[in-house]
Design a binder for this molecule. Structure first.
Ligand code: DLZ
Length: 171
């Protein structure tokens, strides 16, 4: 299995466009807070590393991952954001609650992205165990918060490059 072998969060820093002009939202779930705060730190530091200004990173906390899409919608309604990153951790339990939450977050963020034309990034860990979560929140497999930030940086740049383009002859 690929994840058994490597840190999945490695990326080519030179290939990431500068975020100096961009604004970002980060929505973070309070469930499994030890994990989600580690995701948040990785995410925030990565945005800053690539030029995002402190005043252009807006954060909101939601009670659980199920609330991520709504929190993201509210945050995007408040600020003019180039991308919104949603961070959470849903650990599999004895019942299928995790499947409902995960599916709901995925559908909610896809809907928000397509309806708004703005990237809403899926930074949700869906592990079977706490150990798997720790491995992906600053542990041996890296930090999914970093990966979510990198995706947001790339999508924000793509949106600036391709979005809002007027046709040259006006229609
Ligand atoms: C209820 C619940 C459970 C059992 N597990 C998690 C979890 O592992 N991770 C998470 O982010 N949230 C969990 N929640 C809370 C739901 O996301 C949601 O906040 C509640 O169902 C209220 O809508």
């Amino acid at each position: 299995m690929a994840s058994a072998l490597k840190n999945l969060s490695s990326y080519d820093e030179q290939s990431i466009p500068s975020a100096e002009e961009c604004s970002f939202g980060i929505v973070v779930s309070e469930w499994n807070a030890e994990i989600t705060h580690a995701l948040y730190e990785g995410c925030y530091e990565t945005l800053r590393k690539h030029g995002a200004k402190e005043e252009n990173i807006h954060t909101a906390q939601v009670p659980g991952s199920f609330e991520l899409p709504m929190g993201a919608k509210l945050l995007a309604g408040r600020h003019n954001l180039d991308a919104v990153i949603c961070l959470g951790c849903v650990i599999k339990g004895e019942t299928p609650h995790n499947e409902y939450i995960n599916q709901s977050v995925a559908t909610g963020l896809t809907t928000l992205s397509l309806a708004s034309g703005r990237p809403f990034i899926f930074g949700l860990l869906t592990p079977n165990t706490v150990e798997q979560a720790k491995d992906r929140a600053g542990g041996k497999h890296g930090n999914k918060g970093v990966e979510a930030a990198v995706t947001a940086l790339r999508m924000a740049a793509l949106k600036r490059q391709l979005g809002n383009r007027k046709k040259p002859i006006g229609f």
